[in-house]
Write a protein that binds this ligand. Structure first.
Ligand code: NDP
Length: 394
């Protein structure tokens, strides 16, 4: 059916590889990453678990000519960018030059500025359209499934949605005093930044962790949830009609927040170079070296994640509120893909996004966000591919 090139053999990349190998949509898979050793590990796993072969390659995804050469050699139908947000623009550029479809899970960030927005990726729309290819942005869980949940709510439950709260809870315990469940640098940049939400047509900025609420997450219980800025809000305010407010909340335990504050206070979250013993280092990158690799957390993580959306709006003149959510168990995802649930809940939607594109269920010319496509086939696939969801009327 289709040939794909996956770039990025990290925690999420492992899940994407396992799930794509399990799915008959994908005939031929090539996995490329900065280090060949990362790819070799997953190639071996695939051979042992499924008795299947994948090809592997080494590539620096910051190098557009190297990417174009690899794409031309592999000749995939599409590229799945599962590397870091820093590589979004170079991989998009290479896909344009080689004329192949593109998908990613996180929006572009410049390494020197912890500020993420879609502006630079949306600017590619006309060039992708002209080339007759699709770039699907943010096909992870949040962004990704949360966008699809919103589109599904709009399609099936409301005439207009007035408010949306996105609620992300990870109640997993890995037993370390401090570790992040996905790339530490990206994670800590995100959660230590100022918060932001959108209300009545404008963005309102908050101090980091300034707004807290307690939410009762099904199968987990009550958890402190903090308001953060998250990228899917930027596209959802464009595409969900009648929206008056959208916010994003994530749970953090006391210990995580205390560690983070301490690291921040001593300068370890800095992203500018500092002089150290005659060489230049970026404190945050050094910290990443010290922290546990998220790809190794699977074996020791217990507990569940629960990510969903609460939408409030009007249907036939009556107010209603619905909650759509998924619950994922760290130990179950480890059994299936040797990965913890944060990687799993990101990697499965990346595979499903690619499947939607390769099966022609989601296709277009230009740069698109998830909520711009029909949510139904994606929602069906979530149920079949390991991320069942529930709808509750509140
Ligand atoms: P990891 O750090 O575990 O993996 C990233 C991988 O990218 C590494 O294996 C690394 O390669 C590779 N990489 C980095 N730079 C380059 C480069 N220049 N060229 C080639 N390969 C490179 O991160 P995660 O797997 O945790 O996260 C992957 C992506 O998923 C990130 O963009 C993250 O923001 C996103 N994400 C999205 C979520 C969502 O819900 N939408 C949730 C969680 C994560 P190597 O090992 O070879 O050095």
């Amino acid at each position: 059916m289709s040939d794909i090139l996956i770039i990025g053999a990290g925690g999420v990349g492992r899940v994407v590889v396992h799930k794509c190998v399990q799915d008959a949509t994908f005939d031929h898979i090539t996995l490329a990453s900065r280090r060949l050793s990362s790819c070799e590990l997953y190639q071996k796993e695939v051979k042992e678990r499924y008795n299947k072969e994948i090809d592997i390659a080494k590539v620096d995804a910051d190098d557009v000519p190297a990417l174009v050469a690899l794409i031309k050699k592999v000749k995939p139908d599409m590229v799945l960018n599962i590397a870091l947000p820093y590589q979004d623009l170079t991989i998009m550029e290479a896909c344009l030059q080689a004329k192949v479809h593109y998908l990613d899970t996180a929006n572009y960030e410049h390494p020197d500025s912890a500020k993420f927005e879609y502006k630079e990726q949306w600017a590619y729309h006309d060039r992708f359209k002209k080339a007759g290819i699709l770039a699907l942005l943010g096909s992870g869980f949040d962004p990704g499934v949360t966008n699809v949940f919103c589109a599904y709510a709009q399609k099936h439950y409301f005439d207009t949605i007035e408010t949306i709260d996105i609620l992300d809870c990870n109640a997993g315990d890995h037993g370390y005093p401090f570790a992040t469940n996905f790339n530490p640098e990206i994670n800590l940049r995100e959660v230590s930044s100022k918060g932001r939400y959108w209300e009545n047509g404008k963005w309102i900025e908050t101090e980091p962790m300034e707004i807290k609420m307690v939410w009762d997450y099904p199968e987990i219980g009550k958890k402190d949830s903090y308001l953060l800025y998250h990228e899917e809000m930027e596209s959802l305010i464009k595409h969900i009609k009648g929206l008056k407010r959208i916010r994003f909340f994530m749970t953090f335990g006391e210990s995580y927040l205390t560690h983070m504050k301490c690291l921040e206070n001593v300068g370890m979250l800095g992203i500018q170079k500092v002089e150290h013993n005659g060489c230049k280092i970026v404190p945050m990158q050094f910290l990443k070296t010290l922290l546990p690799d998220p790809a190794t957390l699977g074996e020791r993580t217990k507990g569940k994640t629960n990510i969903g959306i609460v939408a409030k709006g009007l249907k036939d003149g009556t107010e209603k509120t619905i909650y759509i959510y998924n619950i994922c168990d760290h130990e179950e995802t480890y059994k299936e893909t040797l990965s913890q649930a944060v990687s799993y809940t990101t990697g499965v939607p990346a595979m499903i996004g690619a499947k939607m594109m390769m099966q022609g269920k989601w296709m277009g010319q230009g740069v698109f966000n998830m909520e711009q496509f029909d949510p139904d086939p994606f929602m069906d696939a979530l149920k079949n591919d390991g991320l069942p969801w529930f709808v509750k009327e509140l």
